[in-house]
Design a protein around this ligand. Structure first.
Ligand code: HSE
Length: 412
């Protein structure tokens, strides 16, 4: 059986390495007589690379070669990954991808095309890197009615927040270190603005609740605005700040999906997930809460998930795996303004006593927080539960204090 890799970057080269390193074992697990890498598609050149002889720049070589039964897409981005994957599926090839942007935008369509062509489209590596999560949700937890899913789905932002919490670094200092360590890109927007986590929670929500969740329907807030003052107040409250992506089934059949920084209590299983690690909490009616934890990114952890999918494809050549979800209608994802939350608020003012009275009048009972060396005129507190819409309306009425931070509080 022949395999082709499209995209010879960090993950693609990890896949090639792993296919060779564990070749015998992988062939055996695949229940095939052989498994060989035939092509690697990439525009770049890799002089001296052990797979230099397999490198091609023309996609048609892959799609027109009937011997290639499994195509691994590790190019990233939407185009041309989408066109290549679509053409591969239509040509009757199984496709394995690590590309969350592709699955979040086009997963429903590609799963349908795979189904029509009696091949598999698998994407275990698209969420949580090497952490098994797609297969556990779709197979091991299949008996459960999953009601909610939440997690730390981005390693780069978790590294930055960890450095802010444990080493007192500012956001800018921690971002610089993340870039130096190779976690964050030069343009870190996909990570720090929450888009990467958003794509991943969309995939998980589709898998858990059965309908596609499009990323542009999801309220997404990153961590750029988090300051060390907020970190201190979270500590005073009894917790830490994490970037949380969450999805919850609503009683009326819609879903609530959001990505935002959040206060997490110290005793939560998610609070101790530090550095580049990811953790995903799944709440099922039979199992209760189950947490998946591990390396959410990186060359070999991600290759581990990709190659497992390659093995699964090889084993299911004649027996397509049942796997997929429906498309969703407009309004399936509820407007985030409907969501209820408790909130942490930090504000600065010339008259702290008057501001506290004003906020108490607006929110009812509030719990004030204190931190060491707080500048004069800084106040911070936690509200009771209210909707995002109510919060926005109430904050509009605040004229004598400047609201510096609003962070949601979770119960995970
Ligand atoms: N940039 C991602 C992260 C890599 O930091 O988690 C895996 O999607």
């Amino acid at each position: 059986m022949y395999v082709a890799i499209m995209g010879y970057g960090v993950v693609g080269s990890g896949v090639a390495t792993l296919l060779k390193k564990n070749h015998e074992h992988i062939v055996k697990k695949s229940m095939q007589s052989e498994m060989e890498l035939k092509y690697i598609l990439d525009r770049r050149t890799f002089p001296g690379d052990p797979y230099e002889h397999l490198l091609i720049t023309d996609f048609s070589k892959i799609v027109e070669d009937d011997e290639v039964k499994i195509v691994v897409e590790t190019m990233g981005g939407l185009h041309p990954a989408y066109e290549y994957v679509l053409a591969s599926l239509k040509a009757g090839k199984n496709v394995v991808t690590s590309n969350k942007e592709l699955v979040a935008a086009k997963g429903c369509e590609l799963l349908k095309v795979a189904d029509e062509n009696n091949v598999n489209f698998l994407f275990e590596a698209s969420v949580g890197g090497g952490i098994p999560i797609i297969r556990p949700i779709s197979q091991c937890l299949a008996a459960n009615d999953i009601d909610e899913i939440a997690g730390i789905l981005n390693g780069t932002t978790n590294f930055i927040l960890t450095k802010m919490i444990t080493d007192g670094m500012t956001f800018d200092e921690a971002l610089l270190l993340a870039q130096k360590n190779g976690y964050a890109e030069r343009d870190p927007s996909a990570d720090v603005d929450g888009f990467d986590a958003c794509r991943k929670i969309c995939i998980l929500a589709a898998l858990c609740f059965g309908k596609h969740v499009y990323p542009d329907a999801v309220y997404t807030e990153g961590i750029r605005k988090i300051t060390l003052a907020d970190v201190d107040y979270a500590r005073a409250w009894g917790g830490v700040i994490k970037l949380i992506a969450k999805a919850k089934k609503m009683e009326d059949g819609r879903v609530s999906v959001m990505v935002s920084p959040a206060f997490i209590q110290n005793h939560s299983q998610l609070a101790s997930v530090d550095d580049v690690f990811n953790a995903i909490l799944v709440r099922g009616d039979a199992i209760g809460d189950v947490v998946f934890y591990g390396k959410g990114a990186g060359k070999m952890p991600t290759a581990s998930a990709v190659v497992a999918d390659v093995i699964d494809c090889a084993r299911h050549m004649e027996r397509k795996k049942f796997f997929g979800w429906q498309d969703s209608e407009e309004g399936y994802v509820a407007d985030y303004l409907e969501t209820e939350n408790t909130f942490y608020i930090r504000a600065t003012t010339d008259d702290a006593a008057a501001a506290v009275a004003k906020f108490t009048g607006l929110f009812g009972e509030i719990s004030l927080l204190a931190r060491q060396d707080a500048p004069e005129g800084e106040i911070a507190f936690v509200t009771g539960s209210l909707s995002e819409k109510d919060l926005a309306e109430k904050l509009e009425l605040v004229k004598d204090a400047k609201v510096e931070s609003v962070i949601r509080i979770t119960n995970y």
